[in-house]
Design a protein around this ligand. Structure first.
Ligand code: GNR
Ligand code: NI
Length: 174
């Protein structure tokens, strides 16, 4: 049986602007229920990452799958943190499932080292560059209540928020 996908919150929703709390041992059952449903929502969207706050859950947890060569490569990151970032920055176009249809160039460190716990509770570290590095930073931002538009100028941010609101209004009106 495939798990019921969770619905993804769309900005502006105050839950997307709220800092998530660390996952603790006693959250194990909730996390075990949540993770398959987050993957279901992410694959259905489709997207390459999804953070728990995007489905209304204020826990420091995200899922990522870049599907290299179209092969599913699911990654669960519990309490992820950036422990090192490169001094050089790169700019790439980002999108977000909570800002559907909106894209902008975002500048971030080119490479990051991220420490996290896996589903088995084991501490892990990964080094990432390229799209993987951008995605990791994008997801960890969500855990801090930060959207990619918060890394743009206020002018660009407001243009995107207005365009999104208009598109969502039109969608609701049919
Ligand atoms: O699907 C997504 N694509 C993407 C592209 C560039 C940089 C980051 C991302 S993450 C995004 C899914 C999402 O909203 N995750 O929070
Ligand atoms: Ni996002």
């Amino acid at each position: 049986m495939s798990p019921a996908p969770l619905s993804i919150l769309i900005a502006p929703d105050p839950r997307l602007k709220t800092r998530a709390r660390p996952v603790r041992e006693e959250d194990g059952a909730a996390v075990a229920d949540l993770v398959p449903r987050m993957f279901a929502a992410m694959y259905e969207a489709p997207g390459i990452g999804l953070a728990a706050p995007q489905v209304g859950v204020g826990l420091r947890l995200c899922v990522i799958d870049l599907q290299p060569e179209n092969v599913k490569t699911p990654l669960v990151l519990i309490n992820p943190s950036i422990v090192a970032a490169s001094e050089d920055f790169v700019t790439r176009e980002e999108g977000c499932l909570s800002l559907p249809n909106q894209y902008a160039d975002v500048t971030r460190p080119a490479r990051v080292r991220v420490r996290f716990h896996d589903l088995a509770g084991k501490s892990q570290e990964i080094d990432a560059d390229g799209l993987f590095a951008a995605c990791l930073q994008h997801e960890i931002d969500h855990l801090d209540g930060i959207l990619f538009i918060d890394r743009l100028s206020p002018l660009k941010r407001n243009m995107i928020l207005r365009r999104l609101a208009k598109e969502q209004r039109q969608k609701a009106a049919g």
